[in-house]
Design a protein around this ligand. Sequence first.
Ligand code: FEO
Length: 400
Amino acid sequence: MQPVEIKKNIWWVGAVDYDKRDFHGYSLSPEGTTYNAYLIKDKKNVLFDSVSKSFTSTMLCRLAQALPLEKVDYIVCNHLELDHAGALAELVARCKPEKVFCSQMGVKSMQGYFDCKDWPVQAVKNAESLHIGSRTIQFFETRMLHWPDSMVSYILEDKLLFSSDAFGQNISSSVRYADEVSEEHLLNAIEAYYYNIVLPFSPQVVSALKALGGLAVDMIAPDHGLIYRGKRSVDFILDTYARLADQKPRKRVLIMYDSMWHSTKKMAYAVASGLEAVGVPLRIMSLKDNHHSQVMTELSRCGAVLAGCPTHNNGLLPAMTAVLAYMKGLRPKNRVGGAFGSYGWSGEGPKIIHECLETMGMEMPVAYVKTQWSPGHESLGRCHELGKTVGQALIAKCDG
Ligand code: FEO
């Protein structure tokens, strides 16, 4: 439980949660996650953020090795969600800080979560500066990136950005820097995080990147996962976020399906053959075997979604209903869509999917395909054509 010095007199004092699997309560985190907290030792000693409540003792132990707890002068809460503020009450009680800083919206979150009327809370304004000795902290609000209270803290003299949830990834590891893992591993983790947490706030990402463009940054330290140090690493994460926020269509298709007696599954594979015929790469994901957040992560690489489900009780199977609701909430843009499914007697399923994808703003170049009972040669041929048409529409969108 050693603190890690990331710049001179600036320490990582967070915790690694190797066991976490439901990040933020809804997104799969197969590797666990990290709750990053940071300490600056200066004329005023400043602690940035904390950890999930169950890791309070780990953080206190790590922090105490860098600085006696009672010497923490200020606590900065960039974000009050409880994976970063879970240890706050204990920290305030033990450190007795002179000030607890947060955004103006953060005061509301703090009052909602804690009995903080006796805490020395001070709200900071956007772009406000705080001098702590040899350093200057600048606070920048990043509202709805991803909560109303979210802000980031920039340390002017160190060119260091404490970025809160932005730029994070769910990598739990004994290493602290992004350049200590493979680029493929890092990128997969960034895409999973972005598409499950940040995607609906892409306009805010674009604004934040614009604002950051005016700052000299040579280290970005997020509240989850690994730290980006040096120009190459900082450029990598900024460029990756710009690309993910842009949602430019990519020539690859996600086929997601659920099935009861393999009829819709056969249709999914026939749809795939149509995509293969026009040379578009694809991935088939059964919703029985893939978590909704794995589906969203795959969507980060795909410009089209083909969804298939049998009709069940005049609607859809529960897994498809859940994935569509989850996807819709995350607001993907610039996609092509298509729907298919089998049925026994009423057959509403594919129409429901088609309409749902349409409400997400997807381009729907062809009618849905439905087939009664088990798909025969003719209906599998229609599925093949569905795949071809969607594939061709995606090619036109990507090349257009
Ligand atoms: Fe990782 Fe929004 O807290």
